[in-house]
Design a protein. Structure first.
Length: 283
C-alpha cells in the first residue's frame, strides 16, 4: 500500500495547463480534492492513499500552484478558480462527486457547489471560512510573513513551517516542502507557487470575498471541519455555517490548527469516513 503512487496528468483548462494526480480506481465514485493557498495536490497524498480503494481519487493543482501553469495576468480570483473547477469537472465527466477542499480550496468547493450543485453528492469543507475575521487575517499575515520565499535547503523550509504548525510531523512536512519548493540553478529553494498571489493578499489587507450568502444554496450533505486550535475558522463560524447550510454538521480535529488533514491525519480520516458512511440528515 505504501508503494502506491498516483499518475501525473495534465489538462488544458481556460488556456492554462493544469496538473492533477489521478489515484486510479476508475469506475468508482469520484472524489475531487482541492488544496489550500500556497499548497499543492500532493498535500493530500496520505489521505488519498487511504481513500483510493473506495473512490476514484483526483487531486488538482489549482492555477498558480504546484505543477500547474501560472496565470499570465495573475488572475487568481474566486471566479477564476470556479470556472477552472467547473471546466475540469466537465472535461473528466465527473458526477456524484465527493468534493473536499481545504482553506482556499474549501472556499472554492463551497462556491462551486452553491452554483453547480447537481454535480456534488457530498461536500467536505476543511478550515474554509466564508468571510473575513480579524484573527484569521492576522493568522494569514503571520503565515505569509514567516513562510520562506528562499531557503538554502528543504530542511530550512521544514523548520520554518513547523514553527508555524507545530503539530506537523517532520516526515509529512518534508514531503510537502519537497513538492512545494523547487531548486534553482544557484542551489536555492523557492516556492513553486506564483508569488504574485502573496503580493495580492498583502495588498488587499488579507481580505477575502464574503460568500456567506451562498451557503443556503448548498443542498447536499456537508461536513465542516476545523482544527481545534485553529485561528482561521472559529467554532462560532463553524456553527453558523451549519445553521445556514440545510444538511450540515461540523467536527473538530484535536491536536490540529489550520492543517488538520496533515497535522492529525488519522483523526481526520476517521471523521471523514464516518461522514461518508452516514452523512448529515438534518433538514
Amino acid at each position: 500500500m505504501g508503494a502506491a503512487k498516483p499518475e501525473d496528468r495534465y489538462l488544458d483548462i481556460n488556456g492554462l495547463c493544469l496538473h492533477y494526480l489521478d489515484w486510479g480506481n476508475y469506475g468508482h465514485q469520484p472524489m475531487l480534492l482541492l488544496h489550500g493557498f500556497l499548497s499543492h495536490a500532493h498535500a493530500w497524498d496520505d489521505f488519498a492513499l487511504n481513500s483510493r480503494y473506495r473512490f476514484h481519487v483526483i487531486a488538482l493543482d489549482q492555477r498558480g500552484h504546484g505543477e500547474s501553469e501560472w496565470s499570465r495576468e495573475a488572475a487568481y480570483t474566486l471566479d477564476d478558480h470556479i470556472v477552472d473547477i467547473a471546466r475540469f469537472v466537465e472535461a473528466l465527466n465527473l458526477t456524484k462527486l465527493i468534493l473536499i477542499g481545504h482553506s482556499m480550496g474549501g472556499r472554492n468547493a463551497l462556491f462551486y457547489t452553491a452554483c453547480i450543485s447537481q454535480n456534488v453528492e457530498r461536500l467536505i469543507l476543511v478550515e474554509a471560512r466564508p468571510g473575513n475575521s480579524p484573527p484569521a487575517s492576522e493568522a494569514l499575515k503571520h503565515l505569509l510573513d514567516n513562510l520562506p520565499l528562499q531557503a538554502n535547503s528543504l530542511n530550512e523550509v521544514v523548520r520554518a513551517v513547523q514553527a508555524i504548525y507545530p503539530y506537523l510531523s517532520w516526515e509529512i512536512c518534508h514531503q510537502m516542502a519537497g513538492h512545494g519548493f523547487r531548486q534553482t540553478a544557484d542551489g536555492m529553494f523557492v516556492p513553486r507557487d506564483d508569488i504574485r498571489m502573496i503580493q495580492q493578499s498583502e495588498q488587499s489587507g488579507y481580505f477575502i470575498e464574503d460568500i456567506w450568502p451562498f451557503l443556503k444554496n448548498i443542498p447536499c450533505p456537508t461536513l465542516v471541519v476545523r482544527g481545534k486550535e485553529s485561528p482561521f475558522l472559529s467554532q462560532e463560524d463553524a456553527e453558523e455555517m451549519c445553521r445556514l447550510i440545510p444538511k450540515a454538521e461540523w467536527r473538530e480535529i484535536p491536536e490540529a490548527t489550520h492543517m488538520p488533514v496533515q497535522e492529525n491525519p488519522n483523526a481526520f480520516y476517521r471523521v471523514v469516513s464516518h461522514f461518508l458512511n452516514h452523512g448529515s440528515q438534518r433538514k
